[in-house]
Each structure stands twice: as C-alpha cells, then as structure tokens.
Design a protein around this ligand. Structure first.
Ligand code: ACO
Ligand code: OAA
Length: 371
C-alpha cells in the first residue's frame, strides 16, 4: 500500500459542477471571469443546482423562493443569547445554528429529492440571516428582518448593518459571493460529500462542511490575512515582517494553493475591488500593504495569492467585522456544498479509503495489574 499525503493529486469523485483545468476555474462550463463580471449570486446558485442558467421567469421565482425562506426559527435566535457570546467565534455559532435548524425542519430526515431541494433553498436562505443575527445579537442589537425586494447580496449587508448598502457595496459583495460559490473538491466540499455518502442528511453535510471551512489552511485564512495586515500596521513594516516570517518558515496567510500553480483566477477580481474600495474609504494603506506583500511572497517564493488574500481588505472596506469574513465565505460556499451534496445523493457510493498502518506489530494484552 502506498499513501499520498493530503490526497494530493488523487481524483476522488466525478462532478459536473465546477472544474479547475490549467488554472482556469469554471462553474458548469462558464468561466469564472465571465460570471464575476456579469452574474448575480442568485443566478450562480441556480446554475450550480440546475446545471444551467435560469431564464427571467425562473430567476424571479427562484429569488422569491429564497426570500420566502429567510426568516429563521425564533428558538435558534434565542439560543444565540444563551452563548458566552463575547467568547464564541461566529463560525462556531454558525456551525451550531445550522445543526439546530435541522431540529425545526419536520422533513429533516426525508431523503426524497423534493424534500432535499426544499432543504437546499431553506439553508441558502437562512444562513445569511443566522450570520447577521449573531453579529448583531453579540453587540446587544436586535436582528434586522430581511427585505424581500433586495438582492441576496444587498440583503446580507442590510441585515448586518440595518441600512441599505450603496450600489458599489452591493456590487462588490455580489461579486465576492459569486467568486466563492464553488471550487471543485476543496476540503470542506469533500467533507460534505464524505458525510452525506453515508446517506446522512443535508443538515449534517453542511454542518460538517462549516467545520472544515473554519480552519486557517482553508476558509479561515481570510480572517488571518486581516489579522496579519493589522499586525503589520503600515507599509513601512511590510518588508521586515514578511521576511522574518519567511525566514522562520512560517506560512503567509492567503498565499499558495494545492491546485493552482500560476495563480488563483479569483484573486485578480478581489485585488481590483480592494483597490477601488480602499480608495473610496480613504484607506489605501490596506491595498498598498497587500500589493507589497504580494510582490515579496510571489516574487521571492513563487507563491501567488489565493482567494482569501484580497478578500480580507475588500470585506474590511465594507465595514465588516474581521471574524465574520469566514462566515461570509460559508454563506457563499453553501451553494457549492449543496450542489455537491445533491450530486452525491444522485449517484451515491460510500466514501471509504484505506489507511497504511505504521503502528507497532502484533502485541499481547496484559491485564492492568501486571502492567
Ligand atoms: C479557500 C482556500 O482554502 S485557499 C487556501 C487558504 N489557505 C491559506 O492561505 C493558508 C496558507 N497557505 C497554505 O497553508 C498552503 O499553501 C495550502 C494549505 C493552501 C496548500 O497547501 P499544500 O498544497 O499542502 O502545500 P504545503 O503546505 O505542503 O506547502 C508546500 C511548500 O510550500 C510552502 N508554502 C505553501 N504555502 C505557503 C505560504 N502561504 N507561505 C509560505 N510558504 C508556503 C510550504 O512551507 C512548503 O514548503 P517546503 O516544501 O519547503 O516545506
Ligand atoms: O480548492 C481549495 O483547495 C481551496 C479553495 O481555493 C476554495 O475552496 O475555494
């Protein structure tokens, strides 16, 4: 038996949802650049779940279905108030709350295609409500009810801040959601597929995926990027800070990727948005520091930025708390997780690889008094 550390290069599933070929990312055959520049997040979710773009009437109906499901059970909101709220990370709160949603869905255990699609709509609709409600409750504020006439992106920002976003904020946030929606067999999506391949339910799959996304080697990197930028503080400190980390063989968050070699095609869109938004806010230093870090890390280590690097200064410029960056990733990636969960159910086989045993040889049990 031979092992491949971290399953690098192992093809573990077939999918018709997204692909990364020669550093080009596509959703159902549409180039991410095309979608980022033109599509609404709602269209992308529809695309991932139905494998085609909706027509006008279908899109209107889909948006309505999402809008109808955005209100979360009061019990879940009340539960937030029982948490040691100033110590709980929003990803921990989200993981718990999504699991809890399963308690209040009478069809949680119904594995029919129709019931699973209803769960898909319900989860995609409710996760933004959970993230924004938690963010407000921990500040002693009341959750803001969604507005059914707003886009998915605008609704998130509205529920978070209690005021309507500017057009440029809505546009940037929509683009960020589009860029994060799916990404082939990344760690959290693989987790979701492994979970539901036992024929466990959709809530279990999404809860498991949130747990995997939380780690700083995956979705949790965006929060760590902002922490690094804040620790560096100013452009003048970049050089010394980054070289010290590299010399100590520490990882620079937001750089490197298991699959991309030339670079992550999503990063340029986020870089562009970061430049625009930091300028608008009069806080160019975050963008300038970021480009300087990129110059060093890519120039000297040949490690290009990934999706998590420039998203940090984008979300910061939108006035979002830093520990909400990864939950926002989860809001978007829920669409991809669900697409993969439904694809797994449609052609399921248990996912159960082998492990190469490297422990001691055969041993004889010795009773505890004789040890
Ligand atoms: C949405 C996402 O999940 S995107 C990824 C988000 N994660 C991050 O940004 C965290 C920082 N990046 C990393 O940790 C890695 O690049 C990963 C986890 C993304 C990919 O990891 P892997 O493919 O397993 O690469 P691995 O960690 O083995 O690194 C290979 C080599 O590159 C180096 N390397 C990789 N990423 C970095 C980095 N960000 N900073 C410095 N060195 C790095 C490693 O130290 C290692 O060097 P070595 O061969 O001298 O020991
Ligand atoms: O694909 C990966 O390994 C990580 C990633 O970029 C993502 O999930 O968007």
């Amino acid at each position: 038996m031979s092992t491949t550390r971290g399953l690098e290069g192992v093809v573990a599933a077939q999918t018709a949802i997204s692909s990364i070929i020669d550093d080009t990312l596509t959703y159902v055959g549409y180039d991410i650049d095309d979608l980022a520049d033109n599509a609404s997040f709602e269209e992308v979710v529809y695309l991932l779940w139905h494998k085609r773009l909706p027509n006008k009437a279908e899109l209107t109906e889909f948006k309505q279905q999402l809008a109808d499901q955005m209100v979360v059970p009061q019990e879940v909101l009340d539960h937030f108030k029982t948490y040691p709220i100033d110590k709980v990370h929003p990803m921990t709160a989200l993981r718990t709350a999504v699991s809890m949603l399963g308690l209040y869905d009478e069809k949680a255990e119904d594995m029919s295609e129709e019931a699973n699609y209803q769960k898909a709509i319900s989860l995609q609709a409710k996760i933004p409500s959970l993230v924004t409600a938690f963010a407000r409750i921990r500040k002693g504020l009341e959750p803001v009810a969604p507005k059914s006439d707003l886009s998915y992106a605008a609704n998130f920002l509205y529920m978070l801040k209690g005021e309507l976003p500017e057009a440029i904020e809505e546009e940037a946030f929509n683009k960020a959601l589009v860029l994060h929606a799916d990404h082939e067999l990344n760690a959290s999506t693989f987790t979701a597929r492994v979970c539901v391949a036992t024929l466990s339910d959709v809530y279990s799959g999404v809860t498991a995926a949130i747990g995997a996304l939380k780690g700083p080697l995956h979705g949790g990197a965006n929060e760590q990027v902002m922490k690094m930028l804040s620790d560096i503080g100013s452009e003048d400190n970049v050089d010394e800070f980054i070289h010290e980390k590299l010399n100590n063989k520490e990882k620079i968050m937001g750089f490197g990727h298991r699959v991309y070699r030339k670079g992550d095609p999503r990063a340029k869109h986020l870089r562009e948005m970061s430049q625009k938004l930091t300028k608008l806010r009069g806080e160019e230093k975050w963008y300038n520091m970021s480009t300087k870090i990129e110059e060093i890390v890519t120039g000297e280590k040949n490690l290009p930025p990934n999706v998590d690097f420039y998203s940090a200064s984008v979300y910061h410029s939108l006035g979002i708390d830093h520990d909400l960056f990864t939950p926002i990733f989860a809001v978007s990636r829920t669409s991809g997780w669900i697409a993969h969960i439904l694809e797994q159910y449609a052609n399921n086989r248990l996912i159960r690889p082998r492990a190469e045993y490297v422990g001691p040889g055969m041993q004889k049990y010795v009773p505890v008094d004789e040890r």
